[in-house]
Structure formats: C-alpha cells, structure tokens
Design a protein around this ligand. Structure first.
Ligand code: AMP
Length: 364
C-alpha cells in the first residue's frame, strides 16, 4: 500500500464499544472478534435498529439543511470563461490545486456547465482517434468541448445544477440520478434575472458535513460485510505495467473514477484516479500517455495524501470518522493480506444513506 495509506479504526461492536473513543484515524485497532461473528441474534436486532435510526437521523438532517449550509463562511470560486483555451484551463486547475470548475458563457451571460477530468479524458480520446490533429487540439477552446464529444461519439453529460436553497436531500438525489460526483449551485439575481454561479457541492463536502454534524452516524455499526454496499465483483484493475492509456479507456468504459493497481497476487499497491490525468497532461504533452501506470504515478505531487483502505469488518461509523478527518473519495476494501476485495466509493455511501430500506431503493 502507498506509504500514506490509512485505515479507519475498527472497533468491535461489543456493548463496551458504545462509548467509542474519539476517532483515531490512521491508527488501526486490531479486530480480535469480528462483530458479525461475536454478536447474538438479539444483539444483531439492536444493531440493525440503531443502524436504521442513524440513517433516519441523517435523512432528516439532509431534509432540513440546504446546500448553502455546506459552504464555508468565506470561499474562493474559480469560474472559467468558455472562450479560454482548453490547455489554459488545465493550467489554471493544476496551479490552483482544483480538479473541476464551473464554466461561464460570457456571450450569453449564463452558466455553461462544469469542466471536469472527464473533459480532458475526451480530449485525450480525440487525440487518439485523430492523431494528425495535434496542432488543432492545442487551439481547442472550452466552447468546443461539446463538439469534441460529438466527434468521438460520446453521449454528452447532461449539465445538472440546483438552487443553493433547495434541501441537501434533493441535491443528493439529483447527484445519484445523474451519476454526478458534484453539482453546481446556481442562483438567479432578483433584479437582473441573470444566473449566478454560487459554488459547487461535492459528494465529499456533503458527507463530511454529515460526519461533522449528525450524531446518528455513530449508530451506523453494521460491518460492511453485512451491508452489501460497494462493488466486489468484476472489479476493474490494472498493474504497474499497464499502459496508462488502457486505464483511461477503462475509466471511460466502466464510468468509474478510479482503478486499483494490484500485483500478481492481487495485493493492492495503489489506485489510479481520473484526476491523476490532469497532472499527467498538464504540460500538454500527450506523449506522456505512452507511460505505464507505474511511471505515471511518479508524476503525482509530493503532497499526495495516499489511498485509503478498509476491510469488510469496518463499519460506516469509522468510515465517517475518516471522511471527517481526511479528503477521501473512496476506500479500497482489502483482506488481511492487503489483497483486493472490493471498492467502496462516496457514491456507494451516498446511495446507501439515501435509499437503504426505502421501497424501490437499490438496497431495500
Ligand atoms: P465512482 O464513480 O468512482 O463513485 O464509482 C461508481 C460506481 O462504480 C460505484 O458503485 C463503485 O463501487 C463502482 N466502482 C468504482 N470503481 C470501480 C472499479 N475499479 N471496478 C468496478 N467498480 C467500480
């Protein structure tokens, strides 16, 4: 595992653990008796009831709060004009340490969508379909991104947005429906009737807000092995030797944001993320795409925080502890030998807290 990998703490669900010590993210506790084996049927009922009460508390909270509440008191927002060159926009994202930005169409004075790593992946795919157009690629502006999608045959992602005063619960549902990991907040100026980009809320910001403010998360004590959330079959993986371009194609084909990197024994060594592509092509040198994953990972910034792992014994209360303390977007689920078992992303957690036990919900 990468040197900075961390595991959520594991606290066995015995009665004494009801007074759980504060989060010790980064200091995994050995789990002598996995909860699902040590618990009696009666105890399991209690754990289940508490889990459902915890979920209810989270949903009630999300219904009461709005996206405005998630925003810090003061914040910086970078909005990019659609007349900017794609390569300039990439440089701005990288320089500012951000991975997406709302777009603004100044000709029509309106919000024009969200620039994300997917757009750069599309440019890369365009380059590979039309390698002779390299000179032209350098001249692409943000307002040509839709045209690039059309030429490579990608179905354009519907630009979803929400009013910041709408309940967070609606924003979460909208994200799940559109499979978006972030949603722009768009308000309208009362006097001019003009759209205003307020900010963008992400799955991470919402789940961290929940982790900080909802006591009910402490009641989520069912181990992952009983929750059936995350993906455990047909996992998309790669090795250090896989060409990074193959990984990019995998991200697109499976519509996922990361691919665990494993060795021949299935031991997890790292994770290649869609956002890593920004660092890879920041110089505009598409030749870097001939690198292997191992070489590409060396290009990550020195302060890269590492990847987060967990085991099937982990529970959502400790997962939320980690979300509160670290900017984490997914947990790679491993066994005791650090072999890949599955992947649990923020989308999976969001879907579970919103839909579990609700008629028609995927987990019901
Ligand atoms: P994400 O967009 O990364 O939040 O993932 C969307 C869905 O795909 C979630 O249900 C994940 O569990 C699943 N998923 C994410 N990464 C992988 C992967 N490498 N292989 C298979 N499924 C994945």
């Amino acid at each position: 595992m990468s040197n900075a990998s961390r595991m959520p703490t594991i606290t066995p669900a015995t009665p004494s653990s009801f007074l759980r010590p504060p989060n010790q993210a980064g200091a995994p506790t050995p789990d002598p008796t996995p909860p699902s084996q040590s618990t009696t049927p009666r105890r399991m009922d209690v754990v289940h009831e508490e889990q459902m009460a915890g979920l209810k508390a989270i949903r009630d909270f999300l219904r009461l709060r709005t996206s405005y509440d998630v925003l810090p008191v003061s914040f910086r927002l970078i909005v990019l004009d659609t007349t900017l060159l794609v390569k300039q926009s990439l440089a701005i994202l990288v320089q500012n340490g951000i991975v997406s930005a709302p777009l603004w169409d100044s000709a029509q004075s309106k919000f024009a969508g969200l620039l994300t790593s997917t757009d750069f992946i599309n440019v890369i795919q365009y380059y590979f379909q039309f390698p002779d157009d390299l000179k032209e690629i350098d001249k692409f502006r943000l307002n040509s991104l839709r045209e690039i999608e059309r030429r490579i045959g990608v179905v354009p992602i519907e630009t979803s947005s929400i009013h910041p005063m709408k309940p967070l619960y609606d924003a979460c549902h909208q994200m799940l429906r559109s499979r978006a990991r972030r949603i722009p907040l768009i308000d309208v100026d009362d006097e001019t009737g003009q759209e205003m980009v307020v900010n963008v809320v992400t799955q991470y910001r919402i789940l961290r807000f929940v982790a900080i403010n909802v006591k009910g998360v402490q009641q989520l004590r069912k181990p992952l092995r009983d929750l059936k959330i995350g993906c455990y079959e047909n996992l998309a993986t790669a090795t250090m030797e896989t060409p990074v371009l193959d990984v990019i194609h995998l991200l697109v084909k499976k519509d996922i944001a990361s691919v665990p990197i494993v060795n021949a024994d299935g031991v997890v060594l790292n994770c290649y993320e869609a956002v890593d592509i920004l660092t890879l092509i920041k110089g505009g040198i598409y030749d870097e795409l001939s690198l292997t994953v191992g070489e590409a990972l060396l290009k990550r910034p020195d302060d890269f925080a590492g990847i987060h792992t967990c085991t099937l014994q982990d529970r959502l209360d400790t997962i939320f502890d980690t979300i509160r303390n670290a900017r984490v977007h997914r947990f790679v689920v491993v066994d005791e030998k650090k072999r890949l078992v599955g992947i649990l992303t923020l989308s999976d957690i969001l879907r579970y807290i919103l839909l579990e036990g609700i008629d028609g919900g995927e987990n019901s």
